[in-house]
Design a protein around this ligand. Structure first.
Ligand SMILES: [Zn+2]
Length: 359
């Protein structure tokens, strides 16, 4: 007993001495975790104000118990349905559909494109056939496609390196999606700071140091070139519905996405996994989402934790100021609630998705 107490005291002393004897000159940026000093309103939003269709989720569960727990969380936080972007075809796709079949009304599983044998004759025909097969198995859309500069890498079993979304070889697939009324969720490029030098001037350094895009790779397209591939595909396939996920990675300059949304009625965008990037500029984001309130969709892309959903509600619904969510976002900057109005929230959370997916 005595020893145990002694140990506890020793541990406390060591711990507090590291806290209080911290030499500020040795403090690393990555260890700087400030706590807000402001005594301003702190919202605790447990459930979304309106029913949610989460258009950007993934196959996060391995067991029946995990899936049951996820559905329970969805019920608690107000998510009616989650779209599982499987980016897979073949056996993998089928197994994911089968896994979620127990909760048919709560999940839709979208497929990928199959790039197997991309360089061999007859690839387009085979890829279209596989798309039709996935459609019959239950795929209501395609995604997440993803191109970070070297081609369509998000695909299981075969990544499509060397082929971009506007490549003429993609045309039959994009047309088939229009015919089958399958929207395409697509990731192009990365956020701005991942292209900037990882130095003392980089505003997103906490993330960009880790996620930096290596532009020295031969043939790699830069941010604007990748957004241009999306624009070409959207322009040349007006009957196909595209959802640019993560706001087309244009958070640092939303005017780039505005221009595309103004020009192409078949383009939509999801806000998944960009809450940490949007919350530092709540007024600009509020104006943007209000202007494009029929075109922007709610998504998460950040796992299944209850607190994850609740943090997105706080950012979208509240007007809380200067708070941190270091468990979800790695940035050093504080966050601000965007305070969307009821009518806009209703559309963003579910009504837009219902309208688009019914088409
Ligand atoms: Zn994703």
């Amino acid at each position: 007993m005595k020893n145990k107490n002694g140990l506890a005291i020793a541990i406390t002393l060591i711990f507090s001495s590291t806290l209080f004897s911290q030499n500020i000159n040795d403090l690393k940026l990555k260890d700087y975790h400030p706590i807000s000093i402001y005594k301003t309103p702190q919202s605790d939003i447990k459930k979304a104000k309106y029913p949610i269709i989460d258009v950007h989720s993934h196959d996060y569960t391995d067991t029946d118990a995990e899936l049951d727990a996820w559905v329970k969380t969805m019920d608690e936080v107000g998510v009616e349905k989650s779209i599982i972007l499987s980016y897979s075809t073949g056996k993998k796709f089928d197994s994911i559909v089968d896994k979620y079949a127990r909760y048919k009304n709560r999940f839709d599983v979208w497929c990928g494109f199959d790039y197997t044998g991309l360089d061999k004759p007859g690839w387009q025909k085979r890829a279209v056939e596989e798309l039709e097969r996935c459609y019959k198995k239950g795929a209501k859309g395609v995604g997440e496609l993803g191109d970070k500069g070297l081609g369509e890498l998000y695909s299981d079993p075969t990544p499509g390196y060397g082929i971009h979304i506007d490549d003429p070889r993609m045309k039959p697939l994009l047309e088939k999606c229009a015919e089958l009324r399958m929207p395409i969720n697509i990731h192009v490029a990365e956020d701005e700071w991942m292209y900037l030098p990882a130095d003392s001037t980089n505003d997103g350094l906490m993330n960009s140091a880790k996620w930096k895009v290596d532009m020295s790779k031969p043939g790699i397209l830069n941010h604007d070139q990748l957004v241009a591939t999306l624009e070409n595909a959207v322009k040349n396939n007006p009957r196909t519905t595209f959802i640019a996920c993560h706001l087309a990675n244009c958070c640092a300059d939303l005017s780039k996405l505005s221009r595309l949304l103004d020009a192409y009625p078949n383009l939509y965008a999801d806000i998944s996994a960009r809450y940490g990037e949007l919350a530092p500029i709540p007024r600009a984001v509020k104006a943007f989402i209000e202007k494009y309130q029929d075109r922007i969709l709610y998504g998460t892309d950040m796992g299944t934790a209850r607190t994850m959903y609740q943090t997105t509600f706080r950012i979208l619904e509240s007007t809380d100021e200067h708070f941190y969510a270091r468990n979800l976002f790695n940035y050093h900057w504080p966050l601000y609630g965007i305070g969307l109005s009821d009518g806009v929230l209703r559309k963003l959370y579910g009504e837009n998705a219902k309208r688009i997916f019914k088409k």
